[in-house]
Design a protein around this ligand. Structure first.
Ligand code: MTE
Ligand code: MO
Length: 257
């Protein structure tokens, strides 16, 4: 169960319990109150169904379905000096930073990330431009990393800061790729930081060394070249404030499929 859902459910439980303690005999005798309770129950059901749907798994495929030629899109090889230097030493001094609203900031080597609880899945990647490819991904479960970092209760979004500048013409400092997701997607079981594709080391064009897989959303949410993960309460003040490189340029922040 996601943090959000757990928190939300305990909130609902607490407020109902509060009502009962307020004097349930008197309230139960009151037909308006019974009507209210029914409405509240219906609302709870509907909201819960929505949440349950968001936790449903994306379709998974068989090895025979894997695309022979998975398309690559956006940045194919970052030219940013930091990335170029890291690639030259095969990411020996790379550290995945996990920070922001956490009690225990992490600085992880690639070996640390590979040692974390993992998941492997064969899924279809759908790009907003109208193409799809099926690939097999193995990566660290984002939920495991976030649990290790101990999210603070104020954390609402997880931001992925990437190595690549996709828009060198941006003069406001918002030219670097980044993306963000809420805690429901962050704790979704298929949300992983992938380091393998089709049983091999993740190729540079697909986001080496780490790329996000957030299987219930469109391709542009799947941040490649992830350098830093940041837990935040608000997306204001990051990039142009819309929660992602493409959302800053008019795409929907939530790109559910
Ligand atoms: N860092 C970074 N992540 C990115 C992009 C990018 O340009 N830079 N492009 C996005 C888009 S639009 C898509 S469709 C997918 C493409 O992933 P692929 O190259 O592995 O197919 O990555 C997404 N993540
Ligand atoms: Mo895309």
């Amino acid at each position: 169960m996601s943090l959000d859902r757990r928190r939300w459910l305990s909130g609902v439980g607490a407020s109902l319990a509060g009502l009962w303690l307020a004097g349930c005999d008197r309230l139960v005798a009151n037909s308006t109150f019974n009507g209210m309770l029914k409405v509240a129950e219906k609302w709870t059901e509907r909201a819960q169904r929505l949440i349950t749907d968001r936790n449903a798994l994306a379709r998974e495929f068989a090895p025979a379905d894997i695309s022979a030629d998975f398309k690559a899109n956006g940045t194919l090889r970052p030219q940013d000096p930091e990335y170029v230097a890291l690639l030259a030493e095969n990411f020996a001094s790379y550290r995945l930073q996990v920070g922001g609203l956490v009690d225990q900031p992490l600085s992880l080597t690639l070996a640390d990330v590979r040692a974390a609880p993992s998941r492997t899945q064969i899924t279809r990647h759908d790009c907003v431009e109208g193409w799809s490819s099926i690939g097999k991904w193995k990566g660290a479960r984002l939920s495991a990393l976030l649990d290790r970092a101990k999210l603070k209760p104020e954390a609402r979004y997880i931001v992925f800061h990437c190595a690549d500048t996709l828009d060198p013409s941006a003069t406001d400092g918002a030219g670097k790729y980044y993306e963000s997701i809420d805690l429901i997607d962050a704790y979704h079981p298929q949300t992983i930081l992938a380091y393998q594709m089709n049983d091999a080391t993740l190729p540079v064009r697909h986001g080496y060394p780490l790329r996000l897989r957030v299987e219930r959303q469109l391709g542009y949410k799947h941040a490649k070249y992830v350098m830093r993960i940041e837990a935040v309460a608000s997306l204001d003040g990051i990039g142009r404030g819309q929660g992602g490189f493409w959302p800053d340029r008019g795409y929907e922040w939530y790109a559910g499929i």
